[in-house]
Design a binder for this molecule. Sequence first.
Ligand code: GDP
Length: 365
Amino acid sequence: MEHPENDEAYKGLVVNKGIEQPSTVNPYLKARPRTRRRELSVADYVEGILKGDVTILSRAVTLVESVRPEHQALAQEVIEKCLPHSGKSIRVGISGVPGAGKSTSIDVFGLHVLEQGGKLAVLAIDPSSERSKGSILGDKTRMEKLSVHPNSFIRPSPSAGSLGGVARKTRETIILCEAAGYDKIFVETVGVGQSETAVHSMVDFFLLIQLAGTGDELQGIKRGIMEMADGIVINKADGNNVEKAKLAATHFRNALHLFPAPESGWTPQVLTYSGFYGIGIAEIWKMIYDYIDFVKRNGYFEHRRNEQAKYWMYETINEHLRDSFYNNPKIADMLPRKELAVLSGGLTSFVAARQLLDAYFAEMK
Ligand code: GDP
């Protein structure tokens, strides 16, 4: 008997024979060998990028983000060839704590600048991905309208490596995007500290999004970030929040007076807006364009970009030296022992460091 339930004893209960379930894999689909994506040469990459081919641009960015040495070598060649075609954009850093309304605002800002023509790339630096592998900015597409706009290119934060490494990759991606004809670049970051410095070092205008009434407007940790800002914008100035936003703007204006005058000669402005309702957006962009005009005329634009180029040269040297040191097998072998010796009081930090460095330089000879 197939089903014991069909026994006389279970009268009234009939269990039907089940039907055969279809296979989860389509048996009619012919197994096709997976075609590997054709490897592209440096020339293929450069040609594709200069033509504005988004698929090739994305693949080039993937190379830039790759940790494999052969990818890195290829990426560096592509970047070098793209460099003469880069630089002709306006780069804007956008920062704010989670919930400040960055995604909502970038969506609206993006559509606003695209209305005037051109192409926009939105990149990000997310410091959280390094340690927790999670992200504060989030990977999912948060800019709903912008993400489907034909003239936008949105790329989430590179995730591997130190903040310096992540930032360097974003900076290299800027070069590729500019070579591909993107004349406006947004670099988004979360307003929690160090990552702002990295973003500040690669943009022409640093925009800080703030909220009214969070009580932390003038707190210490924000001071450093506020000092970097070329413009502060108070979001969510809508509904019964308008007055509070205006009050916060006054507080920020007063606070900015306490900082030393910026090197650019520009007085940072404070505006209120609503990203959600699209109020005050044009004013923000007028401020940014006014700034760009101003610093182009007084020479600060060039100066800032040169300083940034220098900064990234040293950053790259530092990063490579650090990698070379920590990836050296002898050092990797010695490190845990020296660390223990320091912890147990057998060696001072300085002596341990000296011994490790000496061992490293002896290896390098
Ligand atoms: P992010 O974490 O900085 O990217 O912030 P989001 O853009 O995700 O916004 C956080 C929350 O604030 C969301 O619920 C938004 O709908 C809301 N929000 C964003 N902009 C505004 C605004 O201008 N006015 C109001 N009232 N709410 C907003």
